[in-house]
Structure formats: C-alpha cells, structure tokens
Ligand binder design. Structure first.
Ligand code: TXA
Ligand code: MG
Length: 331
C-alpha cells in the first residue's frame, strides 16, 4: 500500500515530515516534491534501500542517482574534491536546480553512483524536501519519481499513476515550480562540463565560474550514463517540429488525422475541428513550456493517440534545455 499525505508547501505539517523521515531511516521509499520534479527518495547510505529505488522504478542499474542534501555537513559526508569553482557555484545556486558531479566518498554505497567513482549532489529549493532530509538526518538518494522511461512527475498524481503499490509514501506538495530536471554539471573535468542542461543555463554558470563545456563527445556521455537511456517518453510516438517551421504543423496534423487520432502540444493556435484531435496549447515562453510539458505529454498520452505532434520553441537559454527533453521524447 502506498500512502499519500497532502502537505502545505510553505508550512509542511511536522507529523507528516516525521513519518516520512522515519520511513527513510528504516530503509523505505518516500516520493517528495522538489522545485524541479518529484523525487523518489531513500537513505543514500543504505545499500538495500538504494537498490529498492532501482527495483521500484524498473531503472537500469547502470544509471546513477542524484543525492540530495540539506546542509554543508551532509555534502561533506558524501563527496570529496570541492574546489573553488564548486564553492562559488554552491554559494550562488544552492539551494536550487544545479547538480554537481564530485568525487564520491568511499563509505557511500557504490550502487548510488552505479559503480562510478563520482557522485552527483544537489540541495533542492523546496521546504518539504529540505525538512524531510533534515529530519531523516541522512543524505537522500532520489532519481525522478517516475517509472523508468516515462516523463518525470510534476504532481503527486503522476507519481501515484506510475508507482502506487511499489513505494511506501508520497508527500503531496502540489505542482512543482520548475517542471524539468536540474542542470547536471561535471566538476571532475576542467573546464566543468554540462552533462544535462536544465533551469540553470550555461550563460548563468559562465557568469560565475568562466569556461563551461557541453557534453557532446562519446566520452562525456559515458560519464553520465543516464543520458544514454530512453527517456521522457510517453507511449505514443512523438514528432517534434523545430521552432520556426510552424507553417507545416497544421498540414502535418491533418495528414496524420487521416490515419488516426492525433495529440498536439504547441503554442500556435490551429483551426482543426476534429473529434480525434487533442490539442493542448502552451504559451511559447521557455519557462511556461518547462513548467507544463511533462504533464501535457502525460495527459495527451492517456487518451491513446496514434501520434503526438509537439511544436518546439526557441533553442536559446532555458529553451535549449526544454528542447533537449523534447528531442529525447521524440527519439
Ligand atoms: O531535478 C532533478 O535533478 C531531479 C530531482 C528529483 O532532484 N532528479 C533527477 O534524477 O532528475 P534522475 O535520476 O532522473 O536523473 C539523474 C541524472 C541522470 O542523467 C544521471 O545519469 C546523472 O544525473 N548522474 C547521476 N549521478 C551521476 C554521476 N555520478 N556522474 C554523472 N552523471 C550522473
Ligand atoms: Mg529521471
């Protein structure tokens, strides 16, 4: 049985936090909100608890988890090699949607990092998450709380739909603010390399530490195994229309409607009137797309269309991070 507790995101009920913390300490699984997406948490120092995360999600064992901390003390408990650049990033962006890949301390179970000698760490900017980690008193390993390969969850209902019966508790703190996952930055290479783009953009990182690289090479991708796996995908096939080619969209939708039902997510209003056409309109700004894209993909997918056509946005700043997720959903 999976219990769901609704919490006030500004003033989380302490009895619920205590209950969740004791489940974590006992080696159980608790889903909780962060500012990005919901995470599926377990005690990062307990090997069996960490293995349960992989089992519940159906996650490939070579895909490492992010460890969530609530204090500097906890960061030092799990990682080594925090240099001056990492210090500046922490000062500027924590708590927040930036994950740093650092050296892993030997006493952290290696399954957290899928056997890598590094560890990914972040401090989430969400009261429920921070109070839970603080009350548990241990660093919390937490990948996104979806079943493996599905879009990340941005509501407690998404978590329930994917994981009910497989986890102990869901803390419901409402809609997540950001909606796409944190930026993952590898601090073990010089210059640091972005392994997964996110809310904290390359420009924001550069303004704090100077040079920052992109992960494009095979070697970099090997460093972040998660980026190799099928990801962010609804069940239906997704076609992504790159920004600026909007004229083709209506024609494409009509063509596909001859063969079956069509889901559409985009910002251009289409004048199609057809019972088998399921449109969800978003505003074209990158933050609006980030906030709603996963929930829109899930909603349309639940209507079982033959195909989902997604209209892209401008590939700059945060827009590039959103387009990264959409390209993966479409691949
Ligand atoms: O916003 C987020 O980051 C959310 C919330 C819950 O914090 N978490 C999340 O976790 O998206 P997950 O497991 O879905 O994605 C973790 C990503 C994967 O791409 C994984 O490969 C990468 O981080 N990663 C984790 N540990 C790593 C490591 N030691 N080295 C390189 N990449 C790592
Ligand atoms: Mg994930």
């Amino acid at each position: 049985m999976t219990q769901v507790l609704e919490l006030d995101p500004e003033r989380p009920q302490q009895d619920a936090i205590k209950r969740a913390a004791s489940i974590i300490r006992d080696g159980g699984l608790v889903a909780f909100p962060t500012e990005t997406v919901y995470g599926l948490g377990a005690d990062a120092m307990n090997e069996n608890a960490v293995l349960r995360i992989f089992e519940a999600k159906g996650r490939p064992s070579d895909n490492p988890c992010i460890v969530h901390v609530a204090s500097r003390r906890m960061l030092d408990e799990v990682s080594i090699g925090i240099d001056a650049k990492a210090e500046r990033l922490i000062k500027n962006f924590w708590p927040g949607p930036l994950t740093l890949v650092l050296g892993r301390k030997a006493d952290v179970p290696s399954s957290v990092s899928a056997g890598l000698s590094t560890i990914a760490v972040r401090m989430p900017n969400n009261r429920i998450a921070l109070e839970l980690i603080e009350a548990a008193g241990v660093p919390v390993a937490a990948p996104s709380a979806n079943s493996s390969g599905r879009p990340s969850p941005t509501t407690a209902t998404h978590v329930f739909d994917d994981l009910a019966g497989r986890i102990d508790l869901i803390l419901d703190g409402g809609d997540t603010k950001i909606g796409i996952e944190s930026t993952v930055l590898d601090m073990t290479s010089d210059p640091p390399i972005i392994l997964r783009p996110g809310w904290i953009t390359k420009e924001m990182l550069r303004s704090v530490i100077g040079a920052v690289g992109d992960s494009s090479s095979e070697e970099d991708l090997r460093r972040s195994p998660g980026t190799r796996h099928r990801h962010y995908s609804p069940r239906a096939r997704v076609i992504l229309i790159e920004y600026g080619t909007t004229q083709q969209i209506e024609k494409l939708c009509v063509e596909h409607l001859n063969r079956g039902s069509v889901g559409f997510i985009g910002h251009s209003r289409l004048s199609i009137n057809n019972e088998s056409f399921y449109p969800i309109y978003l505003e074209a700004e990158a933050d609006k797309y980030a906030h709603s894209i996963y929930s829109a993909l899930r909603e349309i997918d639940s209507r079982n269309p033959e195909i989902i056509i997604v209209e892209g946005i401008n590939n700059e700043g945060l827009g590039a991070s959103v387009m990264d997720r959409l390209r993966r959903a479409a691949s």
